[in-house]
Design a binder for this molecule. Structure first.
Ligand code: GLY
Length: 265
C-alpha cells in the first residue's frame, strides 16, 4: 500500500536503472497496480517510451499483465482521515510524511542497478510527480562508478539533481559517504540561503566496489545493508557537525518501530 493524495487516491511513482547499459525505466502517477517497480523495470528494456505517466502507464501495465491491486489500505485511509481533519479542513499545510523506498545493488559480476518506489508526498495534489521517477534526482547508477537513491521532499531533491551529483562526486574520487554528506550539506545550505527553507533530504549510495554511504538532514534516518557476509541489518544515521554517524538499530528500537507501524490509529 501507500499514502494517498489529496483526493484519497494512491498514485505511485517508481524507477529502475541498469548501471551497465544506463537504461532507465520509470512510471509516474500510476493507480491500482501492485508492484510499480516491476513495471518500471519492464520499461527499462524498451527502446523508446521508457518513462510513462498516468493513464499511459496503466495501459502499458495492463497490456503486459501486471497485477492490478487497490493500494489504499484501511490503515492509510484512517491516517488520511485523521490528517485531513488536522490540516486540510483547517486550511493548514498537510505536507509532512512520505514513504519512499530506494535501493542500490551490486552483484558478483560487478553489475549495479538502482530502483525507487513511492506513493510520494502524503496528500499531494493529484498528478504531482516527485523525484523518485526522475533520473539524476531520485536515482542514478553507473556500474563503472556507483549508484545512489534519494528519499525526502522530492521538490527539494530535484533542485540539486542530487543522485547524479553523488555519482559524479564518487567518479571524482570521493567515497560514497563523503559524496552523500557533501550533497546533503551543500543542497541544504544553498536552499536555506536562497529560500530560507529546506525539506527532508536523505541519500543512500554505494560505489562499484561495494563501499556504501548514507547521509541525511533529518534527526534519525533508518536504512538497511545486506552483503555476502552480513544478513539484512538495520542501521540508524544521525548528523553530528556535518557528518553522519551510523549505529546498529537496537533490539528495542526495532521492537518500538514494529509496534508503531502496527499500532491502531
Ligand atoms: N521523495 C519522494 C517524493 O517526494 O515524491
Amino acid at each position: 500500500g501507500g499514502l494517498p493524495n489529496q483526493e484519497q487516491v494512491v498514485e505511485l511513482d517508481a524507477s529502475f536503472m541498469d548501471g551497465d547499459t544506463l537504461d532507465i525505466g520509470a512510471i509516474g502517477g500510476i493507480r491500482d497496480f501492485a508492484n510499480p517497480i516491476s513495471i518500471a523495470r519492464a520499461l527499462s528494456k524498451e527502446h523508446y517510451n521508457n518513462f510513462l505517466v498516468g493513464e499511459g502507464a496503466e495501459k502499458y501495465a495492463s497490456l503486459h499483465g501486471f497485477e492490478r491491486k487497490t493500494m489504499l489500505t484501511q490503515r492509510a485511509k484512517k491516517h488520511y482521515e485523521k490528517r485531513k481533519k488536522a490540516t486540510l479542513d483547517q486550511g493548514l499545510s498537510p505536507y509532512s510524511g512520505h514513504d519512499t523506498v530506494g535501493m542500490v545493488a551490486l552483484d558478483v559480476h560487478g553489475k549495479m542497478c538502482v530502483g525507487t518506489s513511492t506513493s510520494g508526498l502524503f496528500m499531494k495534489r493529484p498528478g504531482r510527480i516527485g523525484d523518485s521517477p526522475i533520473p539524476g534526482s531520485g536515482y542514478y547508477v553507473d556500474s563503472h562508478v556507483g549508484g545512489a537513491c534519494a528519499t525526502g521532499l522530492g521538490e527539494d531533491v530535484m533542485k540539486g539533481c542530487a543522485t547524479y551529483e553523488i555519482v559524479r562526486l564518487m567518479k571524482d574520487g570521493l567515497t560514497p559517504q563523503e559524496a552523500c554528506e557533501k550533497v546533503v550539506n551543500d543542497l541544504e545550505q544553498t536552499l536555506l540561503k536562497r529560500k530560507g527553507i529546506v525539506g527532508d533530504l536523505s541519500f543512500v549510495a554505494m560505489d562499484c566496489l561495494g563501499n556504501w554511504g548514507v547521509a541525511t538532514n533529518i534527526p534519525e534516518f533508518s536504512f538497511v545493508v545486506a552483503t555476502k557476509n552480513l544478513p539484512a541489518t538495520v542501521y540508524l544515521s544521525k548528523r553530528v557537525d556535518g557528518h553522519c554517524i551510523h549505529t546498529l538499530a537496537s533490539k528495542e528500537w526495532l521492537e518500538a518501530y514494529e509496534k508503531r507501524i502496527r499500532m491502531p490509529l
